[in-house]
Design a protein around this ligand. Structure first.
Ligand code: HEC
Length: 145
């Protein structure tokens, strides 16, 4: 898990500078998010026992990932087209997109601070965080066949 945190911090540093390839960077950030959430799914589903240390580490890594997600650097004008599923709505409603990003960041920060001590507390935080994935994708992502 230490290597996971390290790779997350390296990604965070790479993303704080203006992106040379914003589409690749924002997809990499999302892929990492998907991997982190996926690593907790078996606990949420009751397939693995609750593990407070693992939950705390993954929530901390999600917070590093969320904090590093810089909308201005990742969604510059001109990055609407290319190998991306980002919806044009992001650029049409940048304030709305930033509000969705901020809501996600706030909920990840709260989940990280909560340090859930049992399965029910974990599920409550995990549910709030992951609800953002679908609700943002619904509005700000296009499905490509
Ligand atoms: C505020 C909006 C927002 C939130 C919240 C959000 N996403 Fe995304 N996600 C996007 C956008 C926009 C894209 C498309 C990026 C692109 O293709 O340029 C995306 C793409 C993805 C992808 C595909 C990446 C790829 O390689 O093409 C995955 C996986 C993903 N998100 C997972 C998640 C998970 C898991 C969560 C919740 C923990 C989450 N996302 C939360 C906006 C969001």
């Amino acid at each position: 898990m230490r290597s996971l945190i390290l790779s997350v911090s390296i990604l965070a540093m790479a993303m704080s500078a203006a992106s040379a390839d914003p589409i690749a960077d924002r997809k990499a950030a999302m892929k990492e998010r998907g991997g982190l959430v996926g690593s907790l799914a078996p606990i949420a589903k009751g397939e693995q026992p609750f593990d407070s240390a693992k939950v705390a580490e993954v929530f901390a890594a999600l917070k590093v990932n969320a904090d590093a997600y810089n909308v201005d650097a990742l969604f510059p004008a001109g990055s609407e087209t290319g190998d991306t599923t980002a919806s044009p709505k992001i650029w049409e409603d940048m304030a709305g997109f930033k509000a969705a990003v901020d809501k996600y960041k706030a909920e990840v920060t709260a989940a990280d601070a909560a340090k859930p001590a049992d399965l029910d507390a974990f599920r409550a935080e995990f549910g709030k965080v992951t609800a953002n994935c679908g609700s943002c994708h619904e509005v700000f992502r296009v499905k490509k066949g």
